[in-house]
Design a protein around this ligand. Sequence first.
Ligand code: ATP
Ligand code: MG
Length: 394
Amino acid sequence: MENYKRVILCKYGEVALKGVNKPKFEELMMKDLRERADRIGKFDIYSAQSTVYIEPQGEEDDIDAMLDEASHTFGFSALTLAAVAKKDIDDIIRVVKDYTVPTLPAGSSFRADAKRADKTFPMKSPNIAAKVGEAILEASPTLRVDLHTPDNYVMVEIRERGAYIHSTQIKGAGGMPRNSNGRGILLLSGGIDSPVAGYLMMKRGVGLEAVHFESFPYTSEAAREKVLSLAKILTSWCGTLKVHIISVTHIQEELRRHTSEDYFTILLRRFMMRLSLRVQKYAGSDCLITGESLGQVASQTMQAIGVTDEISDVPVFRPLIGLDKEDIVKISRAIGAFETSILPYEDCCTVFTPSHPKTRPSLPNVTAQEQRVDVDALTEEAWATHEIVTVTRD
Ligand code: ATP
Ligand code: MG
């Protein structure tokens, strides 16, 4: 057992720049961290000087698991695992030797720095840094000092509650605190794009619920399971995700029977919009979110998007609009969704896909086609199939 305590220091990202509203954002970040900590053990979580401290209260509490949780908490730009020494130079050196030296690879270079937030500490920062540097060299003679391009930094921060010693930082989740920027309904298919769109909006602080359209028996139970698995991946960031599931089977059959084939996709997308708005009103949220990217497929041309948007009385956000598929795949892999997204299950959009969809639909032509079916009755009937599945992390 180590004879020092380890704590996590979480540094603010954009929130550091906030003025009078800063405490409101801090509160949301702490709430998120506390919910996560409750899953793992007992931690004391508090903020001071644009940093949140996470201190384990018991011996058994798993700080590495907590570090992983903190790395999924939006609002923090960087995290460090620090060892805590007493505010006493001998104790600082003892902890540097015990904790830091074993983490520095043989033959590598380092630079020691010190920061004194507590000015009552009797030594000045450069003297602390020099002492620490000497102690490291003495403990491990293969290491060398490099002030300009060191392989590692060793930092000693003298703060209110102790001296914190850390070397490597890991990247935080960035973005804005969870639930700090309104609420949205994500149109979640089983593809690559929509989970990424949901992730990017969550990262900006949007609280999510999702809607998924299925077309049983043309789509299978496995396709639904895949969507729920994708929702579960998103819960690493958002905790819980409600997925509203609505059947569009009869809408699709009616469209196929009564409208021209080349309008099928755009007409279906307008129905999805109407039903998503129902969900948005039902959930009391503020916007819709889709995974569309300009020009990716026929239904994602500017004209098609315009004709789809015409239905909506709330903003429709498309965070992938300017991203290439390659960029989207990169994010999909980074959030761990890609392998699930490429499982080969059919989506309702691929059932009855026309061979020559209209790429430049005009609104009058689209509404003329729509008059061939009973839009209100079909919407109502689909809404009656509405189910809610609440996806949690466990
Ligand atoms: P994705 O990879 O997200 O499936 P895509 O490239 O396959 O997107 P489309 O099938 O045209 O593109 O769908 C565009 C967007 O419409 C999706 O990103 C998603 O937001 C929404 N969408 C498509 N199908 C469904 C569905 N079955 N349920 C809910 N939303 C859907
Ligand atoms: Mg799709």
